[in-house]
Design a protein around this ligand. Sequence first.
Ligand code: 1GP
Length: 257
Amino acid sequence: MGVKDYLLRRIAEVGAIHMTLLDPDKVTAREFRELALMVQDYGSDAIMVGGSLGISEGQLDEYLSAVKGSLKIPVILFPGSVANLSRYADAVFFLSVLNSADPYFIVGAQIQASVLLLKRFRNLEPISLAYIIVGDGGAVGYVSNARPIPYERDDIALAYAYAAQLMGFDMIYLEAGSGAHEPVRPRMVSRVKQLVSKPLIVGGGIRDPEKAAELALAGADAVVTGTIIEERPELVKDIIRAVHDGGITRRRGLERN
Ligand code: 1GP
């Protein structure tokens, strides 16, 4: 089964899945391996690997080859640049920063990456992703020259998300930016979810189980956490459980109505 089909199946099973973002630039290869195995044990559904600033292909290969074969959950690249591809991953989020003001981040990097995928990385499964930056925006908002959607402007997020669906992206990601002071608001998630049928991923600034559950309940199909594993690893297990519980509770509510 491909990675996209696996994610869709898990979403169908548990209502909302959890994905862990690991940034190779912030941990050693050994810590990377330990954290990946730990979150797998805790029930995280996939590992995303990426960072907005400087990861070389050599570093990615080193980190990922060390976990290849030990993980049952997929490793999905979440590239900050065309240099962030590795044959040791299972899939790549082929992402377009839809609200960048610079066409390079919407389609320029993607045409460079597509050549690499065709010629050097044929084993990587591309999953196309509409990447929409909200609020704080974090480093990715700055680096990709995005015009982040204000937290309260659901109407603009709806317009981007529906455009993304019409354009045929596999999935839609509402991103507040890694380490954001505030995550995407549940009301925005809920309204986008009601409009689009594509899987909706939400991440950036989620630091506790309550917020994670709130976003799953609001309609996030996938909740991503990254920074918290560096700051308070003891919370990660509860966050993963909160996402799954939130997804199941939402599903039961929908079935009743
Ligand atoms: C960033 O949404 C992810 O791309 C994760 O954000 O590091 O704030 O959890 P955090």
